[in-house]
Design a protein around this ligand. Structure first.
Ligand code: SF4
Length: 341
């Protein structure tokens, strides 16, 4: 497949100098993960930032997580549920489960090579390269979402093809100053080469950028589809002693979080402990709406008094309201709790 030629080596060297100057003045130097060489702290930041804005990670998650699990060894020793509880609200919970599994797998010591890092669950090439560069000073490029967009524009690529992009990233890297180079590329993507309205006039890549005449064409925009709505019935099962029955999700979506049982919108029965209860025996206590990245949940919330169980009812776990506060719950389940407490 043919793709745009690289700029000359002289132009690349001039661009490296311009990028370094830009980073010195405008880079986000105060971000805490840029002021440490602790591979574990950098690893945490990289995983958190995969699907989440810097502001959210910075204000709510990075420091509390490190406080709760200050070392990879402590993370390996922690209970998986405690790790997911600490991750609550950040979304994409398999990230937390994978980090916990990775900590156990490498016995609390992160490997130093990109190849070994990539053998750990949840660590792909970008995360491995970021750890290798930012912690161990290795000259490897990174490719998070913002850098992908920048590279597509610099090389006027309509398709974000991984193989081509990594090749371009390797070629463009400033090997003598890879830490600053990679941080600068991320900052350019976040602050200047934004998805809409990029500020090409102030961009240090402008001297080599082939896409600046029509930046938003690179990569070619995807056709936007309306977010589907998922209708559900959610049932709060409560016994006479104040016990509630919740299920732990094992699927990829909301992995490890507990939640009130869900049913299809046309369900006629609620199943509790192998017993069928007609839906008409329930009472409606409210409605909730929760938007996720790929759908919007609209649920009618019912309640149903059920016989008490000592611990669990089948795959449902019994928890008092006090215990519920310690379980990892989704935002939707927190909203449901808000309907009756
Ligand atoms: S010159 Fe414009 S399109 Fe090119 S990288 Fe900079 S901001 Fe993006």
């Amino acid at each position: 497949m043919a793709y745009t030629q690289n700029p000359t080596s002289a132009k690349k060297a001039a661009f490296h100098r311009a990028l370094q100057r830009w980073y010195e003045t405008h880079g986000r130097h105060s971000l805490p993960w840029r002021n440490t060489s602790d591979a574990y702290a950098i690893y945490i930041s990289e995983i958190m930032l995969q699907q989440t804005q810097v502001k959210t990670v910075l204000e709510h998650y990075y420091t509390p997580f490190l406080k709760a699990f200050p070392t990879l060894k402590k993370l390996a020793q922690a209970d998986k549920q405690a790790v997911i509880k600490q991750w609550e609200g950040l979304g994409y919970y398999t990230r937390a489960a994978n980090m916990h599994a990775a900590a156990k797998q490498c016995k609390g010591v992160l490997p130093e090579t990109v190849e070994e890092l990539q053998k750990l669950p949840g660590i792909g090439r970008n995360t491995a390269n970021a750890i290798a560069c930012f912690s161990y000073g290795q000259a490897v490029p990174i490719m998070e979402a913002n850098v992908r967009r920048v590279l597509c524009r610099v090389f006027a690529l309509t398709q974000a093809d991984d193989k081509i992009l990594w090749k371009k990233a390797e070629w463009l890297l400033d090997k003598k100053s890879s830490f600053n180079y990679n941080q600068a590329m991320m900052d350019i993507g976040a602050l200047i080469c934004k998805k809409l309205n990029p500020s090409c006039d102030t961009c240090p890549l402008s001297m080599i950028c082939k896409g600046k005449i029509s930046p938003v064409s690179y990569p070619a925009p995807k056709s936007s589809k309306a977010t589907p709505i998922r209708h559900r019935i959610i049932v709060v099962l409560r016994d006479a002693k104040g016990g509630y029955y919740v299920r732990r999700r094992e699927s990829r979506f909301l992995h490890g979080l507990y939640g009130f049982p869900e049913y299809a919108p046309d369900a006629k029965y609620i199943v509790y402990n192998n017993q069928k209860y007609p839906l008409k025996k329930t009472s409606i206590i409210g409605q909730i709406k929760q938007t996720y990245s790929h759908f919007t949940l609209q649920a009618i919330v019912h309640s149903l008094p059920v016989p008490m169980e000592k611990e669990n009812a089948g795959d449902l776990y019994r928890a008092t309201l006090k215990e519920m506060q310690t379980l990892p719950l989704s935002r939707a389940d927190h909203k449901i709790l808000g309907l009756f407490i």
